[in-house]
Design a protein. Structure first.
Length: 399
């Protein structure tokens, strides 16, 4: 992978011949909930591409359909044109094992982790690199975020592997073991740990392979349950932002409280619809005396403190509107839309996604995911639906 692409508007999924069919409309309307494997789960049966979906732009599908095939118990990839093959099911908290080998001159490919359902090249994801002599590098594709080995937000595109290449010669099989547990990613090539990142967002999604060069094969692809969670203190997120009144708010000062982060934009009609209806104000008031702190984050690049203040006064917003014009915190939490919600407990994200199940604003009694999650947390229960697909305007990040 050698280019960095921004996320595109969701396009229809295109399914190649020989792969399971899916209805693009239903997928866009209700994204499948990621599955956390409880036991060993075989992703490739060695016979056909059941459970896999070919992904490419519409104008490339005629060629992409013949890129992927099965022979000799392995997935065969021709390497051109550029496209991807991904699982039909999204996954979370798992350990992925696979083997690969180059069958011609080695060039480039990759394993895509926590993919979304875009049909562009390449979908938003983390790429576990397979480029020859660079297997073990990690790439950020689109608006995903993580912390490096030092625990600092990684703002680059490529995070190089720790050690010199330990790939086997072309024609020989290599193993890739990828641990995607507890919002972290660890990459091991032929038994050697080459990379590790933490505070990964998103922490779930589809798993895929890239067609990006010359012929390559994949086999023995399976998942196992993820590792036990690491201590919470080693995974806590943090930030400090300024309210429109000049006062600062730091996440570490809110230890022990449940924190709701709401991405907003007063130029977005979807965000404004909820302000006009009092959606956020009512929830903030409902839970403010129960140890819940509600914070709005404005990652709009052209927002100003004066406009934030005017918005707060107009709608009687009872909580801070924090300024994030460079998008640092927005990228840290992988906020994609306005609104987009994160609920944090002990500094860790326990809910990520939409405010409710009513993107069109037409339901009389929509299911409020945030209200449901907060009620569960305060009752001492885990969040039953930790991730949903947000809706609204795209966050207007600075270039």
């Amino acid at each position: 992978m050698n280019l960095f692409f921004r996320p595109a508007v969701l396009a229809a999924l295109v399914i190649a011949a020989g792969c399971a069919a899916a209805d693009p409309g239903s997928l866009a309307a209700a994204a499948p909930v990621p599955v956390a494997p409880k036991e060993k789960t075989v992703l490739f049966n060695g016979k056909d591409l059941a459970g896999w979906v070919v992904v490419a732009p519409e104008d490339r599908m005629a060629q992409a359909t013949i890129v992927w095939s099965v022979s000799g118990g392995a997935i065969q990839c021709k390497g051109a044109p550029f496209c991807a093959l991904r699982t039909e099911t999204p996954y979370a908290h798992y350990r992925l094992h696979l083997e690969w080998r180059w069958t011609a001159r080695p060039t480039n490919s990759g394993v895509m982790l926590h993919m979304n359902d875009e049909t562009r090249v390449w979908p938003t994801s983390f790429e576990a690199q397979l480029a020859h002599q660079n297997a073990g590098d990690l790439w950020r594709i689109g608006q995903v975020s993580c912390n490096d080995a030092a625990g600092k937000p990684f703002i680059g595109i490529r995070l190089p592997k720790r050690n010199p290449s330990n790939e086997k010669p072309p024609g020989e099989w290599n193993s890739y073991d990828i641990d995607c547990s507890d919002a972290a990613i660890r990459l091991s090539i032929n038994g050697l740990v080459q990379n590790e990142v933490t505070n990964v967002l998103p922490s779930a999604g589809f798993i895929g392979f890239q067609s990006e060069g010359s012929p390559i094969e994949f086999r023995n692809i399976y998942l196992e349950p993820g590792a036990a969670p690491a201590p919470a203190e080693s995974k806590a997120l943090d930030f400090t932002l300024e309210n429109y009144d000049g006062k600062t708010v730091s996440l570490h000062d809110l230890a022990g409280k449940i924190v709701v982060l709401e991405w907003m934009n007063y130029d977005c009609p979807i965000s404004m619809r909820h302000y006009q209806r009092g959606t956020f104000n009512k929830l903030a008031e409902k839970y403010k005396d129960k140890g819940v702190v509600w914070l709005a984050v404005n990652s709009t690049n052209f927002a100003t403190a004066e406009k934030d203040k005017a918005h707060a006064e107009k709608f009687g917003v009872p909580y801070p509107i924090l300024s994030d014009p460079r998008g640092t915190v927005g990228h840290l939490f992988n906020a994609k839309s306005t609104p987009d919600i994160r609920i944090l407990k002990d500094g860790k994200v326990v809910y990520s996604g939409a405010i409710d199940d009513d993107p069109g604003g037409i339901q009389e009694s929509p299911t409020n995911y945030v209200d449901q999650a907060l009620a569960e947390l305060l009752a001492g229960k885990p969040v039953s639906l930790p991730e949903t697909k947000s809706y609204g305007c795209s966050v207007k990040y600075a270039e």
